[in-house]
Ligand binder design. Structure first.
Ligand SMILES: [Fe+2]
Length: 365
């Protein structure tokens, strides 16, 4: 917008001031003068909104304070900058004017060259302010886009790591995907029933679900001859297999040390390290008991075992959903947190839907 296109409304009951204002600004700006505030409000209501208002403080009928209050109370006019014109050289009226939203004061009688300069400086600052706002917005958008692409890249790398493990062990087909749904079902049920309320409230559910896919990432360090053995493992082999919990936790720890995003990896570490602990202390790697096992580990234990039971593995056939539910019930307070077993029981039909994989798309959002 050029200066000539900028509209300035000047409101003053003194014809001398209005004439001086026109003389100072006409030619450089589109100046419209009003001898009364009422005429000014008729104009801005019916015709156009100015870019700047020069407003006399002392006027009959409606004074400058009332005018600015009315302007600021209307969302269509609140943004229009107002410069007060005042012959009063007193601090109180200036402070009151600034409090009401005035952006500057010009003392009367009006000196045309000074008024011209003040208005010129005002518009210059206004332009710089707008440019700064635009620059900041552009910068924010650039940073957001950059951050988003870094997050996406990180997610792709971590998902790919989880998939690498899964592809080495083809018998578990889509195990990681299903486990994420089981975790979601249990978290939603916990939330709905207010169980472990404080712990659940402190979790970022989406990150928890996403991070659960890394729970078996430690299997990447397990030898194929053990991981893919189509028979029961020997004691030594089983002991080696059990190390995948700590291997996984160490891998995630190494990523975490080099990453600024700790939330997601913190959850992933809890899943990896504690998903084979058992409520009665007979699990691994640390043989933790009861509530010493972090909640995410206790949740994953049920999700992971249910999926192992209902799918074919190199060493076993798939069990039916009902048999898997029976086994999990029987392991209440042995392998699993008793409260979580009851919770699982209440939503086990939803587990069955996921395991059948038949209605996944319509069921989940
Ligand atoms: Fe595991």
């Amino acid at each position: 917008m050029t200066n000539q296109q900028k509209m300035i409304c000047m409101i003053d009951d003194s014809i001398t001031s209005l004439t001086a204002g026109k003389e100072a600004l006409n030619g450089d700006y589109n100046v419209i003068t009003f001898a009364s505030a009422i005429r000014f409000f008729e104009f801005i209501t019916n015709f156009a909104k100015p870019d700047l208002i020069l407003l006399d403080l002392k006027m009959p009928e409606m004074d400058g304070y009332e005018v600015i209050e009315q302007l600021k109370s209307n969302s269509e006019t609140a943004h229009i900058p107002v410069i007060f014109l005042t012959s009063e050289n007193d601090e109180d009226s200036e402070i009151k004017g600034f409090d009401l939203g005035a952006c500057d004061f010009i003392t009367k009688p009006i000196s045309p060259p000074r008024l011209r300069k003040r208005v010129e400086v005002f518009f210059l600052l206004e332009t710089q302010k707008q440019e700064l706002i635009k620059y900041n917005n552009d910068l924010e958008k650039m940073v957001d886009a950059r951050t988003q692409s870094v997050i996406e890249l990180k997610n792709i790398v971590l998902t790919t790591m989880a998939e690498l493990v899964e592809h080495r062990d083809p018998f578990t087909g889509n195990h990681i995907d299903r486990v994420q749904w089981y975790i979601k079902i249990l978290l939603d049920a916990l939330k709905a029933q207010g169980i472990y309320k404080d712990e659940i409230a402190a979790l970022d559910e989406n990150l928890v679900i996403y991070s659960s896919q890394l729970h078996d990432v430690g299997k990447i360090a397990i030898n194929d001859s053990i991981l893919l053995k189509p028979a029961k493992l020997s004691n030594d082999e089983y002991n080696e297999m059990k190390k995948h919990a700590e291997y996984g936790s160490n891998i995630i720890m190494r990523i975490k040390e080099r990453s600024i995003d700790s939330g997601y990896l913190e959850y992933a570490m809890l899943f990896a390290l504690y998903h084979h602990e058992k409520w009665d202390g007979s699990g691994y790697p640390h043989g933790l008991k009861g509530y010493d096992i972090p909640l995410l580990g206790r949740i994953m234990a049920i999700a992971d075992v249910y999926d192992a039971l209902v799918t074919v593995r190199p060493y076993k056939d798939a069990l039916s959903h009902d048999s898997a539910v029976e086994i999990i019930r029987a392991e209440k307070a042995k392998s699993f947190d008793p409260i979580l077993v009851d919770l699982f029981d209440g939503v086990n039909n939803e587990f069955e839907l996921v395991s059948r994989n038949s209605v996944k798309n319509q069921y989940f959002h």
